[in-house]
Ligand binder design. Structure first.
Ligand SMILES: *Cc1c(COP(=O)(O)O)cnc(C)c1O
Length: 471
């Protein structure tokens, strides 16, 4: 493709993109294809000769689009959202065009320095203490793995990187029973073994019980194990539970445990001063992660990882082969040394575009609006005779179920709600997912789409009620 054709096609694509976002309500939210349906239509071997762009684009519309679940649809209430926004998309167009590898400072000084400043901005925006340094990771999963690896190295005096495990390490990592699966994954990959993840009991609001944590630590010490780290969650995936950071941080400080805070989704609510209570105790945490790529209008991937002891991080990850040695090594940040990947995308650009386009006040207003919509719907659900809230929503995640008075057995209610979810998602008009809370099949409805309106939420609620009645 020559540049003149590129220019023409790009103009057409920009129109496609704007039309897509404008007409997005006309698509089924959740893709309605069946397994294998897309694969069967794809050519089984690559084309020997190049094909015209018009044909490729035609197949994109014909083959790919039906198999897309529309995450930017305002009626996408499933999982946690991964929202985007026009400035974020525009920045990604530039990133893809420049296509720089941002592994070290000299491979694009602007990328390194913009990343440093954006992490500084984000830290201020969510009220983190200024001692934290930050780096953009691809995902919270990677950030948590980096955190546990750094804890492992600091605790072993950087010996496991040198000689591997010798077998008597016996490290234990603690997290609540509601913790995200990425914690277990990190524990496995870091070489501790799955049995080294000690899941601590939660209270009635699904938050970690500090007393149970302390008992677990004491018990493990008695058994000759080495308590290493605690992962606290601000906003669990199941129900948005907020682990009490203050008492957890105190236990960690007294026992020299590493404290990592996973605020992947709910961290964006920290933009609002009225949510800063969730950070109480952060002064003694070692690391913190939240994902602007979930709720802060910045398209995937962009995970903000903050660390207090940057030297420990660098000692864990730094490797400098001869061909990458430069004179600037100490004066600048070479983000290759701040995590797992060598090659890195220029992810700071979209943050810069998003934060400057909306301003802090603009982002706060959007997040507040989402929370307001969720709180309004939650109060309607709680006063509706055939429905119940299963937890009081902290922010924009509603956990509820259909509970007609004629039915009381848990098993029956679970089946009824599973059927309700399946019917609702099959309409294509909205997309919800579920979890189990105390064994109860729970519908999760998370409101955080960039353009979601009160009307979208009302229509979802009307649909939920009418489908439930028809069961
Ligand atoms: C979404 C989520 C994760 C995983 O985030 P990725 O960026 O997809 O790895 C981890 N923890 C919590 C609490 C989450 O909400």
């Amino acid at each position: 493709m020559d540049l003149e054709q590129f220019r023409r096609e790009a103009h057409v694509l920009v129109d496609w993109m704007a039309d897509y976002l404008r007409n997005i309500r006309s698509f089924p939210v959740k893709s309605q294809v069946s397994p294998g349906e897309i694969m069967r239509q794809l050519s089984v071997s690559p084309p020997p000769e190049g094909e015209p762009f018009s044909e490729i684009m035609g197949d994109f519309e014909r083959l790919v689009m039906p198999g897309i679940t529309h995450w930017q649809h305002p009626s996408f209430f499933a999982y946690f959202q991964a929202n985007t926004s026009p400035p974020s998309i525009l920045a990604e167009m530039l990133t893809a065009t420049i296509a720089a590898q941002c592994m070290i400072w000299q491979t694009s000084p602007a990328a390194a320095e913009l990343e440093e400043m954006m992490m500084h901005w984000l830290g201020q925006m969510i009220g983190l203490p200024p001692e934290f340094d930050g780096v953009i990771q691809d995902t919270a999963s990677t950030a948590t793995l980096c955190s546990l690896l750094t804890a492992r190295e600091k605790m072993s005096d950087y010996q496991i990187n040198e000689r591997g495990f010798i077998g008597d390490e016996n490290f234990v990592v603690y997290a609540s029973s509601e913790t995200h699966s990425s914690i277990e994954k990190a524990v496995r990959i870091a070489g501790f073994g799955r049995d080294s993840l000690h899941k601590v009991a939660v209270d009635g609001s699904f938050a970690l019980q500090p007393g149970a944590l302390l008992n677990a630590v004491k018990g493990d010490l008695q058994r000759g194990k080495k308590p290493l780290a605690v992962v606290a969650t601000i906003g669990t995936t199941g129900s948005h539970a907020v682990d009490p950071l203050g008492p957890i941080a105190k236990i960690c400080a007294e026992r020299q445990l590493w404290l990592h805070v996973d605020a992947a989704h709910l961290g964006t609510a920290l933009l609002l001063p009225e949510y800063r209570w969730m950070l109480e105790g952060i002064e003694s945490a070692d690391s913190f992660v939240f994902n602007p790529h979930k709720w802060m209008l910045t398209n995937f991937d962009c995970s903000a990882y903050f660390i207090r002891d940057r030297n420990a991080l660098l000692r864990t990850f730094e490797i400098t082969p001869e061909y990458l040695k430069t004179g600037e090594n100490r004066a600048v940040n070479d983000y290759r040394d701040w995590g797992i990947q060598l090659g890195r995308r220029f992810r700071a650009l979209k943050l810069w575009f998003v934060i400057r386009s909306y301003g802090v006040n603009g982002l706060q207003a959007i997040v507040r609006r989402h929370i307001h919509l969720a709180q309004e719907l939650a109060s309607e659900i709680s006063t509706s005779p055939d429905f119940e809230l299963l937890v009081k929503p902290v922010a924009n995640l509603i956990c509820f179920r259909y509970h007609p008075s004629r039915i009381d057995a848990q098993e029956q209610l679970n089946e009824l709600n599973a059927a309700l979810l399946q019917r609702l998602n099959a309409t294509g008009k909205l997309f919800l997912t579920h979890t189990k809370l105390r064994g109860d099949y729970t519908l999760r409805l998370c409101i955080g789409q960039t353009e979601v309106s009160a009307r979208d939420v009302e229509q979802a609620w009307e649909l939920i009620r009418s489908v439930a009645r028809s069961l």
